[in-house]
Write a protein that binds this ligand. Structure first.
Ligand code: DAH
Length: 352
């Protein structure tokens, strides 16, 4: 074989290696030239019949060729490895000039905002804030509030009755109002002060208790789950006059509007005597001149004061229960209560 054939073989090998797109293809190409049945091996086998002289010179030339092909192979191997590394590095590259991904800013639910306002305003008037259980005993929800078993007044609250008792065998319900918190808070308060030195006057009870409440009710202005905020002020000389001042002041601050009037409308609740609905009226705006019902209230019934563990001859005061949902609707101009509880971000994100 002439020298130029060896050159051609080298060129062929170089071309085959260059054409291999990856390591696996490169190994295939290597086999075609350097493998057991490869073209270089065939050349060496062909020397078997050659003369001693020819074996010497041709053999040396073929071995030289083999060395060059191996060098070309290694060069291509390195090039492929480098290319692969480049691809990887590019894929992992951090573009530090890209703007960061922003976290959407959340916001408080409008009802939570209303409750926070209520707490802040009553807090500034010296009211404590208490929270209590949503699963309540029948005794706390009704009996303690002067609403005995089987009394028709129980139907004023369409409670979800649950066929379930607690460990002490007491019937349970989802509380239909926050009024049980009057009893829970006042009893704890009375106990705290029972151990005081004799003759000291028990400090006043001044508390609000916001939270979730439940009733069998569902339309544009009623939801099976809704919110109430209870208020209780018990002292020695607390009267309806105080209730009116406190509640009117609260409303004017809640709506940031001094042009608001309130009125008491006679009503009935088992736990108060006398009882009243509190209505309010805006002096301007779209609701101007319309009385809006806002809360139930009254002077706490002596039987309830007794259930607080206090003496109704000495401890007198008022209670009220209002709806933060209603207040939020009025403040934010929302006309369907259900919007608050559907969790639709298109609605909620307007309050951020
Ligand atoms: N608990 C009553 C209701 O859910 C509201 C209420 C009325 C609360 C009078 C009171 C009150 O504390 O004195 O309808």
């Amino acid at each position: 074989m002439a020298m130029s054939d060896l050159d051609t073989l080298l060129n062929d090998a170089q071309a085959a290696f260059d054409a291999a797109p990856n390591a696996a293809e490169l190994e295939n190409a290597k086999a075609r030239f350097l493998g057991k049945a490869g073209r270089v091996t065939e050349l060496l086998k062909g020397l078997a019949q050659a003369s001693v002289e020819e074996k010497k010179t041709r053999g040396a030339q073929i071995n030289q060729l083999k060395g060059r092909i191996e060098a070309a192979l290694n060069a291509r191997r390195d090039a492929l490895a480098q290319a692969e590394l480049d691809v990887q590095l590019k894929a992992q590259a951090l573009d530090v000039t890209l703007p960061g991904r922003q976290r959407g800013k959340g916001g408080l639910h409008p009802v939570s905002r209303a409750i926070e306002r209520i707490e802040a305003i009553f807090g500034s008037m010296g009211f404590d804030v208490a929270e209590g259980p949503e699963i309540e005993t029948d005794w706390m929800s009704f009996t303690a509030l002067n609403n005995p078993e089987n009394h028709p007044a129980r139907s004023m609250q369409d409670t979800f009755y649950v066929d379930m008792k607690d460990a002490q065998g007491r019937w349970l319900n989802l509380r239909p109002h926050t009024s049980p918190m009057q009893v829970r808070y006042a009893r704890a308060h009375a106990q705290r002060h029972a151990s005081d030195a004799a003759g000291t006057t028990m400090p006043e009870i001044r508390v609000i208790a916001p939270g979730r409440t439940y009733r069998v009710d569902s339309d544009a202005t009623h939801s099976p789950m809704f919110h109430q905020c209870e208020g209780l002020w018990i002292g020695e000389h607390i009267s309806f006059k105080d209730l009116k001042v406190v509640f009117t002041d609260f409303l004017r601050r809640f709506f940031e509007d001094d042009d608001i009037q309130t009125r008491f409308r006679p009503s009935y609740f088992p736990f108060t005597e006398p009882s009243a609905e509190i209505d309010m009226m805006f002096g301007h705006g779209p609701l101007k001149g319309r009385w809006l019902e806002l809360a139930g209230s009254g002077q706490v019934h002596p039987n309830v004061v007794r259930n607080y563990g206090l003496d109704p001859e000495r401890h007198i005061g008022f209670a009220f229960g209002m709806g933060p949902d209603r207040l939020a609707m009025l403040r934010y101009g929302v006309n369907d209560l259900r919007l608050f509880f559907e969790g639709d971000l298109r609605f909620l994100s307007q309050f951020r």
